[in-house]
Design a protein around this ligand. Structure first.
Ligand code: MG
Ligand code: MG
Length: 276
């Protein structure tokens, strides 16, 4: 599939989905505490989606034939789980870290974002992993400017994370998003000279999502065929935003409109935005 370029009106649609994703992720963050099960967090998200008139782009997702369709509306990945954890009976414990990946569809437009949340008090090393992964996302977003290339995002993330002594998961990547949850281009979290490296142009919308291991980068899939864990059992973290490329600052469609990642979208003019 070719890279899609979205008009300003279309990006406004993706933003509506993104803002609902952000609001529900905030609700989930506030609900995280020792004792709550990941299934209860999923149920909270199901109710919130309904309240917002949105649907899930995660539940029922089947990447390959023969795998059970994903049963949750959130992915809940605890400690050494990196991504794609299935919500269930596990009750969170003090000191866990929980990655929540969440998406929503509104009027056919997709949003996708992820956070990793400490459960109660976590070790300083776990907190540093969360801080580094979130900062890596911010640095990746800062590189997501029209005229740069996809690997500029990858390089910004990789240079910082490896400089902090952590590893980037290579098997899973960011992706384009818009009319579908996963579109081109692939947005890796490391530089690979063999991979496509498209120019970033206004109208492209992509999910930037560093996945970081406190140990080695290798991964393993659990018997449920979904949950991905670090092969060496190290803690892992994951942060993600849906970002539109403009001719100026990147426009974070899943950010709080008044938060630190808010852009000057109300004042910025990007006459070249839209289908080239
Ligand atoms: Mg996601
Ligand atoms: Mg994603």
């Amino acid at each position: 599939m070719a890279v899609q370029y979205y008009s300003r009106t279309e990006i406004a649609g993706i933003r509506r989905a993104g803002q609902i994703v952000m609001a529900i992720l905030e609700e989930l963050r506030q609900a995280v505490r020792p004792g709550i099960t990941t299934a209860a967090l999923d149920a909270l998200a199901v109710r919130a989606l309904k309240r917002h008139g949105a649907t899930s782009n995660f539940r029922g997702y089947t990447p390959v034939k023969g795998i059970m369709p994903f049963p949750g509306v959130i992915c809940s990945s605890v400690n050494e789980a990196i991504v794609h954890g299935i919500p269930g009976t596990y009750a969170l414990r003090e000191g866990d870290i929980l990655s929540i990946d969440f998406g929503a569809v509104v009027d056919g437009w997709h949003g996708d974002s992820a956070i990793t949340v400490p459960v109660g008090t976590v070790t300083p090393e776990a907190q540093r992993l969360l801080d580094v992964t979130q900062e890596a996302l911010h640095l990746g977003i800062a590189a997501a400017r029209g005229g740069n290339r996809v690997m500029d995002i990858s390089r910004a993330i990789q240079t910082y994370v490896e400089g902090e002594g952590f590893s980037l998961i290579r098997r899973y990547t960011g992706h384009g998003i818009g009319r579908a949850l996963h579109e081109d281009p692939t947005v890796p979290n490391y530089v690979d000279p063999k991979m496509a490296n498209p120019l970033l142009r206004p109208g492209m919308v992509m999910c930037i999502e560093p996945m970081v291991s406190a140990g080695r980068p290798g991964t393993r899939e659990l018997a449920d065929r979904w949950t991905v864990v670090t092969a060496d059992g190290s803690l892992a973290a994951h942060f993600e935003h849906t970002v539109a490329i403009t001719s100026g600052d990147p426009d974070v469609l899943t950010a709080h409109s008044d938060g630190p990642l808010a852009t000057s979208r109300s004042t910025s003019t990007s006459p070249s935005a839209g289908k080239p």
